[in-house]
Design a protein around this ligand. Structure first.
Ligand SMILES: Cc1ncc(COP(=O)(O)O)c(C=O)c1O
Length: 388
């Protein structure tokens, strides 16, 4: 039976970054947005706002706060108070403000690599040092899985390490961290007095069942030392609508972060609130259809790699819609697999090296698209390799 996600929507003339950054003959599989139309309740909420017709400053965040208090309790068994939320237009700026507000020039910011590139650039943006700990790769046939070497993680902490930025679930390796893994990370950070900032933007894109565990939900002690950032933008495919949120249950952390942003970060507008309220209160049926489609794409990608690229290693993402392929054993010509496929397949993957040195030889594949386009991406990729 066809799925609503099979629909091919022309995005080239919609101002899309994903579709217009590269030349017109290039198929994009890089930046993390999906080629899917938003769920009907989001569109209706936006239509309603447009029909009202007045776009002044927005103040009332209470309805969304109430929705989120209930959501955090129902989905993650996480008790958050209505005043613990702070709304921002996006998440990457919060990451940068957290670095600025809670560390000093020359301090170290810990992260586990390969990781989402803005993690790596946030510390140097404020003259801090990115302290990267490469995760361990466990291989089984062509499949690889990333794990954290806790001894290496702890050994990387030095007296100037003040902050750990965690990606939970982890982009680009697709790991959903288990409660036990999170507990060990938290225990180490608390023992060394390292503050935690947990980016949980991918927390509702879980492929094989299982429950997302917010870092701050582990215990009141961990919550006291954690700033969480979340957003409806990935799950509901609405990054252009500009609403993300922070959860800070420690009042001092909340006030310090809020002060650091004041006057620098714009307020969230009516479309962001309207879309987020609709997404979180009415769009779970849409997500329930989306997840099996994404899982089907993930399995299609893996199957294709197994059949046609026996030397390529792949992850099996537990969360996100981002595949992660290691082309190193193929010794592709040119400066990187990313460049090889851009030039020869006219496909733009994410360039592995952007995710840290541990990403050299890899490409990230955004499979949040219709199956026909994913097939085209893979066929172009295979043809380019076969022409060698
Ligand atoms: C881990 C992670 N954090 C943040 C973002 C971007 O968030 P925003 O667009 O709200 O800045 C992304 C987008 O891909 C991401 O993967």
């Amino acid at each position: 039976m066809p799925s609503i996600f099979d629909e091919i929507i022309d995005r080239r003339n919609s101002g899309s970054a994903k579709w217009n950054y590269f030349d017109a003959d290039v198929i994009p599989a890089w930046v993390a947005d999906m080629d899917f139309r938003s769920a009907q309740p989001i569109l209706q909420a936006l239509h309603q706002a447009v029909d009202h017709g007045v776009f002044g400053y927005h103040l009332d965040s209470k309805p969304l706060r109430e929705i989120l208090v209930k959501r955090m309790a129902d989905r993650y068994n996480w008790q958050v108070k209505i005043g613990d939320f702070m709304f921002t237009p996006n998440l990457v700026s919060v990451l940068n403000f957290v670095v600025k507000a809670f560390t000093e020039t020359g301090d170290n910011v810990l992260m586990t690599t390969p990781v989402y590139p803005p993690f790596i650039s946030a510390p140097p943006n404020s003259d801090r040092i990115a302290n990267m700990v490469d995760m361990t790769v466990v291989q089984n046939g062509q499949e690889i899985r990333y794990e954290l070497d806790f001894d290496a993680f702890e050994a990387a902490i030095n007296p100037r390490t003040k902050l750990f930025i965690l990606c939970n679930p982890h982009n680009p390796v697709g790991r959903m961290w288990s409660r036990a893994e999170l507990e060990r990370m938290a225990e180490i950070c608390l023992r060394h007095n390292v503050l935690i900032c947990s980016d949980e933007i991918h927390c509702d894109l879980i492929m094989d069942g299982g429950k997302h565990v917010p870092m701050a939900s582990l215990s009141p002690e961990v919550a006291e030392r954690t700033i969480t950032i979340m957003s409806p933008s990935k799950t509901f495919n609405i990054p252009a609508l500009g609403l993300a949120f922070v959860v800070a249950q420690n009042e001092t952390l909340y006030k310090t972060l809020e002060k650091s942003m004041m006057g620098f970060l714009p307020h969230v507008g009516t479309p962001g609130y309207a879309a987020a309220e609709a997404a979180y209160s009415e769009c779970q049926p849409w997500v329930s259809e989306l997840l099996p489609y994404l899982k089907g794409n993930r399995d299609f990608l893996i199957d294709y790699v197994q059949k046609h690229f026996p030397l390529v290693r792949y992850t099996k993402p537990e969360a996100t819609y981002l595949g992660w392929l290691d082309w190193s054993a193929m010794n592709l010509p040119g400066e990187s697999p990313f460049k090889f496929f851009l030039d020869n397949a006219r496909v733009a993957f994410g360039d592995g090296i952007g995710f840290g040195e541990a990403g050299r030889g890899f490409t990230r594949v955004n499979y949040g698209t219709n199956r026909a386009l994913l097939t085209d991406i893979l066929e172009r990729t295979r043809a380019a390799v076969e022409r060698l």
